[in-house]
Ligand binder design. Structure first.
Ligand SMILES: Nc1ncnc2c1ncn2[C@@H]1O[C@H](COP(=O)(O)OP(=O)(O)OP(=O)(O)O)[C@@H](O)[C@H]1O
Ligand SMILES: [Mg+2]
Length: 346
């Protein structure tokens, strides 16, 4: 189901939670919405679900204006980060809850519960239907919450930080499962998270929000490679920021109005006496620390009075180095100075 919003504004106090959001969520796709705390992600989901009435703007689902429809008339299911399972009900009853509300015949309720539990791969756990939420692991509880949401066969699945209560290992696994489930069912899904890695890895379409607005959207690879302003560039990835500009020979020079951004994975560290490779932007620096992160080592390098991050496959020893970044990997926002959005409207 294609979901379109236009000009959504929602005020709770003086600062609007939504300050004019217009976007089309494509049918059958998983759209991940990311942004810092308080940028309006949950409010946007609640408007889509119909729990919050926007002050301005409209919501369309498959071309139909649903702005004035109550939640139960919208074919949406919303999953929260804290699962919100009924503690006194069994897994079966939790998943059946929405179906009973809809007064489906017993036979159909049983069939749909079984189908939903199979979709989230809980059918492999013997006897799980009869257990209560407290007898389940966090990952299993979250799967029950997902099963409950999809059992009603919604046409729009809204997930609000669904994995944030899980530990890292389980989070990764359930993330892959949600992605697979979404592909299998083709349910149009909006997935809210403040974890940029989660968003990049799971999304067909990535939407970045800031201050109640959508600042950029597109395929995750596109947004990551071509952030349109310093905010998005800094939000995605391990991004270094230097108040600097690039001189004629590629040397990085301090500059009050300059703003160069580059990511830790794009930095190459060379011996202090090395000639920087052609086509690179470079500076002399000094390694001050180096941490082992598992997959890579992260060196901290003092350059122009700030410390930048540089990732490498081998550890860097403390001391002087030449830091080089391929020129096409340097994001030059020298004339924006953090006011990308303001500049765009100018
Ligand atoms: N019911 C409410 N009453 C008053 N203010 C609210 C209400 N709901 C949200 N807000 C405010 O609106 C803004 C956006 O909140 P929202 O919950 O949408 O942010 P979020 O992006 O989901 O943040 P987080 O990542 O922390 O969950 C915040 O400033 C918040 O304090
Ligand atoms: Mg939220």
């Amino acid at each position: 189901m294609e979901v379109r919003v236009e000009g959504l504004v929602k005020r709770f106090g003086r600062v609007p939670a939504l300050a004019g959001v217009s976007h089309t969520f494509p049918a059958g796709a998983l759209t991940a919405v990311v942004g810092p705390s308080g940028c309006g992600k949950t409010t946007l989901l609640r408007v889509l679900a119909g729990f919050v009435r926007p002050d301005e703007g409209r919501v369309w689902m498959d071309g139909r204006d649903v702005t004035d429809l109550p939640p139960q008339a919208r074919s949406c299911a919303l999953v929260f980060q804290n699962y919100a399972l009924w503690p006194h009900m069994t897994v079966f009853e939790n998943v059946a809850f929405g179906l009973r509300l809809r007064r489906l015949p017993t036979r159909e309720v049983e069939q749909r519960v079984r189908e939903a539990l199979a979709l989230v791969e809980l059918d492999r756990v013997p006897g799980i239907e009869g257990r209560r939420p407290r007898e389940l692991s966090g990952g299993q509880q979250q799967r029950v919450a997902l099963a409950r949401a999809i059992a009603v066969r919604p046409r729009l699945l809204l997930l609000d930080e669904p994995l944030s209560n899980l530990d890292a290992k389980v989070r990764h696994r359930v993330r892959v499962e949600i992605r697979a489930l979404q592909r299998r069912t083709g349910i149009t899904t909006v997935y809210v998270t403040h974890d940029q890695e989660e968003a990049l890895s799971i999304a067909d379409v990535l939407v970045v929000m800031e201050g109640g607005r959508v600042v950029q959207w597109g395929r995750p690879e596109e947004v990551y490679a071509r952030p349109k302003d310093p905010f998005v560039a800094e939000f995605l990835g391990s991004t270094n920021v230097l108040e600097a500009s690039v001189g004629r020979d590629g040397a990085i020079q301090p500059s009050r109005d300059g703003r160069l951004l580059f990511r830790a994975e794009d930095v190459v560290l060379l011996p202090a006496d090395a000639t920087p490779p052609a086509g690179s932007v470079w500076a002399k620096g000094k390694v001050v620390d180096c941490l082992f992160l598992g997959a890579v080592y992260r060196a901290y390098v003092r350059v122009l009075d700030v410390v930048v991050m540089a990732d490498a496959r081998s550890p860097a020893s403390p001391g002087p180095v030449v830091l080089a970044v391929p020129a096409d990997r340097v994001m030059d926002f020298s004339h924006q100075n953090g006011e990308g959005a303001a500049k765009e409207t100018a």
